[in-house]
Design a protein around this ligand. Sequence first.
Ligand code: NAD
Ligand code: LMR
Length: 340
Amino acid sequence: RGGAPSSPAPSSHILRRSFSVESGPERKVAILGAAGGIGQPLSLLMKLNPLVSRLALYDIAGTPGVAADVSHINTRAEVKGYAAEEQLGQALEGSDLVIIPAGVPRKPGMTRDDLFNINAGIVKSLCTAIAKYCPDALVNMISNPVNSTVPIAAEVFKKAGTYDEKKLFGVTMLDVVRAKTFYAGKANVPVSEVNVPVVGGHAGITILPLFSQATPATNALSEDDIKALTKRTQDGGTEVVEAKAGKGSATLSMAYAGAIFADACLKGLNGVPDIVECSFVQSSITELPFFASKVRLGKNGVEEVLGLGTLSEYEKQGLENLKAELKASIEKGIKFAKDN
Ligand code: NAD
Ligand code: LMR
């Protein structure tokens, strides 16, 4: 199949499978920042995933309660909590997949880049530990600004001599989740059947949904509809930040998106064919060194970075418009990692 995103209704798959007895390869997943707004529901969803045999929950605050709570759920994964920095190594050792939602979220009026000063240091120290304790693990980076934290991670791994570009993923799945939801509502098609690639990066105009490639295709949408859908997808994070009015950013929809993306990574590791999702990865499909696009997942992580396909004139313009900001965010991350 030519790069169609993998599963029409992954949410129901996760939940349905969670009630059946599963065997399969042993897979350890570590969540760093597991007691946070994203970390808690993400820990729950990963505990429901039968592909996971061990679940390591690490946070610098609140871990014991979350780990005890999640551990009582009668599914396959054996849960352990790790509550202090001295335990980070144990949390990471043997991990196949590390998911990172550690860091501060936005408040109204902030951009994702305003989080850089705090989150860059957090991501750098966590990635230093990953390089030491589980250098072969896949890394799913959720912490913002993703456009900079992924390049930071790459530099940390390069310095440690462990970088494998196939194993580092910026999680942009929430943009895809939003684009699917908004498109289905506007085009009046069943949301479970919808696929929409979202490319570029994960902040403002760097988020570029390709509604011209959305399926099921529709001719019910005008150019203005497409522009409004694009803007709503780009501003989806801000919509939640404003609605939460100072209490943080998207957590539940992000946990869902993070769980779907992690599930896709695990399926790829397990050799399930034709797993394709969008992610911000090292890329040569544009002149930028990192770029989000459809990626085929396999036993080693990224198997193939898929091209952009045919773009509408509006999308071509959007692509040109995003490059300067995305380039600057990538360079900022690389510079931070080199200087610190
Ligand atoms: P939160 O404040 O609720 O939780 C963050 C957690 O990280 C806390 O429990 C905190 O103790 C923990 N933490 C802080 N420093 C740590 C460290 N050094 N090691 C381990 N844990 C540490 O925030 P949240 O709402 O869960 O958001 C977390 C991050 O995810 C933010 O940066 C946010 O912007 C980002 N985010 C990204 C996306 C995306 O689409 N990629 C979506 C939503 C949020
Ligand atoms: C999102 O898209 O919801 C996240 O990146 C959080 C944010 O700050 O908007």
